[in-house]
Design a protein. Sequence first.
Length: 334
Amino acid sequence: MPLPHRLRSTLVALIGSTLITVLAVACSSTPTAGPGAGAAEDGFPVRLSHAFGTITVEQRPQRIVTLGEDLDTLAALGITPVAYAPTAPGYSDDVPYLKDRIDLSGATVLDGAETGEFKIEQIAAAAPDLILASNFYGMPELYDELSKIAPTLAYATGWGETSWQELSATIGRAAGEEDRARAAVAETEQYLADLRADLPALEGKTVAGAYYHSSGTFAANPRSASMQKYTALGLRVNPPLLEALPEGASDNSVSRETMDVLDADLLILSYGSDALRSELEADPIFRRLKAVRSGTIYVNDPTDRLPTFAGNNPTLLNIVWLLEQQRETLAKVR
C-alpha cells in the first residue's frame, strides 16, 4: 500500500547525514548565475532557478504562501505569510521557535499539510504573489498547478538535498531581505560554533539515526541535509551506515538483522508509535547498541511530531530549538 506523502517524507529523510558543505551563496553578497542573478538596483526583479525551472519575482512580494518549513525563514525575517502549511501535525500558530517573531493569527492555515494533498483552490483564494515551497517534498505532483497561481519556488535539486543556509539565502532574495537572511544565517552558524566549542568531546565521534516505522524495519538516509546540524558539531556519520546505504540506493531500509549499522556513539531515533517503541526497547539486539548502553540515545516522542519534522527539515530557527532539546544527551557522548 502506498504510504501517505507526509509519512513517506519521514521515511526518506528522517535522520541522515549531509555531505553538503556550507555553500558560499549563503554568505555572498554578489549573486552569480542562478538564484538572484540579474537583479535590478532595487533588488527586483529577481530570477531564481530551481529543480523545475526558473521563476521571476517582479517586485517585492506582499502576499506570500508557504507550503513547508520556509515559514521558519520568513519568521526569522519578520515576514508573516497570508497562508501557510503547519510545521507539524498538531501545530498551527503555536510552534515554540516562532513565538514572538510573527503573528500568525490572521493567516490562513492550509488544509492537507499532513499528507501533502493541498487544496489548490484554497491556495489560489489567498491570492499569493509568491509561493515558497523550497522544502516541500510534493512538488512533482503540484508544481504545474501551483505555478499557474503565482511564481513558485521549489527545491534546488531534490527534496532534502539543499543545505539550510542555501534555502535561507534563496528565500531572502525572493522576499527582498537578502541582508537580513544573511545575518540570520550567521546567527545560527555562530550558535553551532559555540555549541561545538562547549562540547569538544563530540569531535570525531559517530552519529546515526533512523525511524522505526514498522515491526523489524527502520528507515534512514545518511546523506540527506537533515543531519547537517550534527556534522557541524564535529560528529561524523557512522561509516557502517554509509556502507549499508550507498549513495543512490533506492531502498533506505535497515532491518532488525542489520541493526548494528546504527551502533554509533550518538543515536537519534524516532518511532511510528508507542507500541513500536516498546517492541524495540525489549529487543536484545537493540539493547546492546552502544548508545543505548551509554545513555547517548535521543528518542523523539511518538506523540509529539514537531521534533521529528524539525529533525527532518533543518531551518535556521528549528536547528537551535532542537539541539537545545538534545543538549543533555549530546553532553554525554564521550
